[in-house]
Design a protein around this ligand. Sequence first.
Ligand SMILES: C[S@@+](CC[C@H](N)C(=O)[O-])C[C@H]1O[C@@H](n2cnc3c(N)ncnc32)[C@H](O)[C@@H]1O
Length: 255
Amino acid sequence: MPCWHLALYDDFAWFYNRYWNEEFHSLAFPILERIWLPRVARKGRILDVCCGTGYLAGLLTDRGYRVTGIDASAEMIAHARENVPAAAFQVADASRFHAPGKFDGAVSTFDSLNHILSDEDLQAAFQRTAAALKPGAPFAFDMLLESAYQTNWADAFSLVRDDHVLVLSGSGFDFRTRLAQCHITMFRLGDGVWRRSDVEVNERCYTTKEIDAALELAGFAQTEYYDARDLGMSGQLGQGRTFVVTTRSTTRATC
Ligand SMILES: C[S@@+](CC[C@H](N)C(=O)[O-])C[C@H]1O[C@@H](n2cnc3c(N)ncnc32)[C@H](O)[C@@H]1O
């Protein structure tokens, strides 16, 4: 099935590339350098699942790693290719991709996996990732837990510049569906004409029990959870965010 609901990042890609990378990764990268990167073979191959515009791929490439990024949005991937020509990028759904060869490590950042809205698809994304990894290779990702959605997802934010405007408003968290939603309206001025686009970002809240079960079924073991705040990610970005490091088992993954 085509991942039509994911093309939403196509419209958001220009703003994301300009405003959304640096703050998060200035806090997240030192965490990854502490809890995950030392376990990845030096100059090894790294798979970045839901790589966005390639900011993390750039940091890793600069340190000598060989990075392949996959993302469902063709526009996000177009920015990634421009930002990091030395890395390889593929437009693909995290629940269905196939990356050639085997990787020494995998990573997925900025609550990307919360964008996957069903248990089956999250399970499939873990299975695809396990299948791409060498036995014993580490996989790190961060996800938002319920307290993040309860606290932050009704907030509003706006950005007004001479030739672009963005208005973001959260609609809160639905306890029954466990979905959180925010609406983004954007305007950009080009050739004297203002163009508007609207996207709706949906995220699904998973419990650590659900994440654990899906990882185990996919062939991951020795899973460790770290509260982002304990690792120094302060402010709203760290609220309710958990970093997870797990290991591809040496026995075969179920896929
Ligand atoms: C919040 S952004 C994070 C991007 C990047 N990981 C970073 O740290 O900047 C979420 C990304 O996940 C991608 N995404 C969401 N669902 C996806 C899926 N099922 N398969 C692949 N990419 C997906 C979006 O297109 C978007 O680029």
